[in-house]
Design a protein around this ligand. Structure first.
Ligand SMILES: O=P(O)(O)OC[C@H]1O[C@H](OP(=O)(O)OP(=O)(O)O)[C@H](O)[C@@H]1O
Ligand SMILES: NC(=O)CC[C@H](N)C(=O)O
Ligand SMILES: [Mg+2]
Length: 510
């Protein structure tokens, strides 16, 4: 799940982009990039690493200009090489750069078409480079020296016709402005906001509303599925629906795990959704074991805090912080490679023994995916002296791969795949394992926005709403991206493949 941002400002935009990326860091820890333009030239800095490590003062000084876009990356295609960090650049037409959150499900076909029919060369395995070239080709076809808003919207219309899968995109066209758009199902989030200054109005497009509010922008609204919002360099904004048959099916996993709780996505407050998830979990406890013997409810920090708190409240039992999170370790689920993820759980979470001794503890996590976290945590709770260790997941069992921008490519890596809840409970060593029901999860995020027709829930159901995901595609994805093959291919992990980028087209430089 990457984070994207674009700003049209009345003064230098570099610091606001940097700040926004820092606020979106939870969406991608692998690489970060910013591109700005001034006097018809782009200025780009991108590399592997966290925002604070990628941009030094010397880079920031050179990122000049009032318009720019930025990206934090969590790869779902290609490798973790710095050459696949975003934004991507293409020189023709006009000079376009692009930042993408999501995943195209027909990237391979598109890549072939781009080469054979459109005579374009793709230099990486990133689906985002493909997306940029489709957009560029469609704009070029119109053959205009000065593109108008109609031409830009028409190119987005053509992107919707050719691309399948999930994409929230911000592209910057040299000398003209930035355009943000969402796929026709609105799977990945994007919104925009305005900031009033003495010199005029400034606009920001971003993955999550928290990036806007943190920088003093007021949320105007979400970009609708299929819609494009084009902001010219002078701050004039145009919006147009560019899809023939748009429907809003946002990704429910944003509310479970990805988004920050202080964001509002498609009018739904992530925080409120997580509170409700805690409540429905508590109700399930009361349904299944009305005479339960839970002494204390504990979150597995960070994301499950909100749900665990509300679950304890609803059950009327103590809420305690039994695990303390090392604030210098990032999110473990979005780390590349199982070895690194496993090691990080222990580095990240440490128990306070006295909260466990002799107690029946209910540990709450937002989700169980590979089971890396819960296996370690249950053992840690036992070692700390817990009498019984119960475990609750605020999401239903994750049984199917994700193809829309979450890196869960391989069914065999999912602990719940082909296993019953009892089997999973035994595997993680819990005395009782409880999962949220899917209907309850849907209730937690519904009733706010009538435009939401349904939710993208494929990791729980195996139903892929774009209708183009078949067994052959999933097998290919699994073969290319399961942990083992990815690392054998040599391009998978930014932590151990620091050489990958330096002979690519994009050469890293300090
Ligand atoms: O079953 P697993 O494969 O371990 O994945 C699920 C865990 O990973 C995530 O935590 P993460 O550390 O990424 O982020 P957080 O600090 O926001 O909870 C999520 O919140 C679960 O704790
Ligand atoms: N998580 C994402 O949104 C990834 C974007 C894109 N598919 C990449 O791998 O860079
Ligand atoms: Mg977690």
């Amino acid at each position: 799940m990457c984070g994207i941002v674009g700003i049209v400002s009345t003064s230098n935009v570099n610091q606001s982009l940097y700040d926004a990326l820092t606020v979106l860091q939870h969406r991608g820890q692998d690489a970060a990039g910013i591109v700005t333009f001034q006097d018809e030239r782009f200025f780009l800095r991108k590399d592997n690493g966290l925002v604070r490590d990628v941009f030094r003062t010397r880079h920031m000084r050179r990122l000049v200009g009032n318009v720019g876009i930025g990206h934090v990356r969590y790869p779902t295609a290609g490798s973790s090489s710095s050459s696949e960090a975003q934004p991507f650049y293409v020189n023709s037409p006009y000079g376009i750069t692009l930042a993408h959150n999501g995943n195209l499900t027909n990237a391979e076909d598109l890549s072939n078409d781009l080469f054979r029919t459109d005579l374009r060369h793709i230099n990486t395995n990133s689906d985002s480079e493909v997306l940029l070239n489709v957009f560029a080709h469609e704009l070029q076809k119109l053959g205009k020296l000065d593109p108008t808003k109609e031409e830009i919207f028409s190119a987005v219309r053509a992107v919707h016709k050719r691309c399948r899968g999930a994409y929230a995109v911000i592209a910057m066209i040299t000398g003209y402005g930035i355009v943000g758009f969402r796929d026709p199902n609105g799977i990945r989030p994007a919104c925009y906001g305005v900031r009033k200054t003495e010199d005029g109005e400034e606009y920001m497009i971003a993955s999550e509303s928290v990036a806007l509010s943190a920088a003093g922008f007021k949320l105007v609204r979400d970009i609708a599925p299929g819609e494009a919002v084009y902001i010219e360099t002078d701050g004039t904004l145009y919006a147009q629906q560019c899809a023939e048959d748009p429907h809003l099916y946002p990704c429910v996993f944003e509310h479970v795990y990805f988004a920050r709780p202080d964001s509002i996505i498609d009018q739904v407050s992530v925080y409120k959704a997580r509170l409700r998830m805690g409540e429905t979990l508590a109700e399930k406890v009361l349904r299944e074991r009305p005479d339960h013997d839970i002494d204390v409810v504990m979150p597995i920090p960070d994301t499950s805090r909100t749900s665990a708190m509300q679950m304890a409240h609803r059950l009327g039992v103590k809420f305690r912080e039994g695990f303390i999170k090392n604030r210098y370790i990032g999110r473990t689920f979005i780390m590349p490679g199982q070895k690194m993820r496993k090691k990080s759980v222990r580095q990240k979470l440490n128990p306070i023994d006295l909260e466990f001794r002799g107690k029946n503890v209910m540990l709450v996590d937002d989700s169980i995916v590979r089971g890396t976290t819960c296996k370690e945590i249950v053992q840690m709770a036992r070692d700390a002296g817990a009498r019984k260790v119960y475990f609750a997941s605020a999401a239903p069992p994750v049984r199917y791969p994700n193809v829309y921008g979450i890196d869960m490519p391989s069914v065999n890596e999912l602990i719940a795949h082909d296993r019953s809840v009892d089997e999973i409970g035994q595997l993680i060593g819990a005395d009782w394992l409880l999962y949220q029901d899917l209907e309850d999860l849907i209730t937690c995020v519904s009733d706010v926005n009538p435009d939401i027709e349904g939710w993208e829930c494929s990791v729980f159901t195996g139903n892929y709403i774009t209708g183009d995901v078949n067994a052959a595609y999933l097998n290919k994805l699994e073969a290319a991206r399961n942990d083992e093959n990815r690392f054998q291919a040599g391009g998978g992990d930014s932590s151990d493949s620091s050489d990958n980028g330096i002979i690519d087209l994009y050469n890293d430089e300090d």
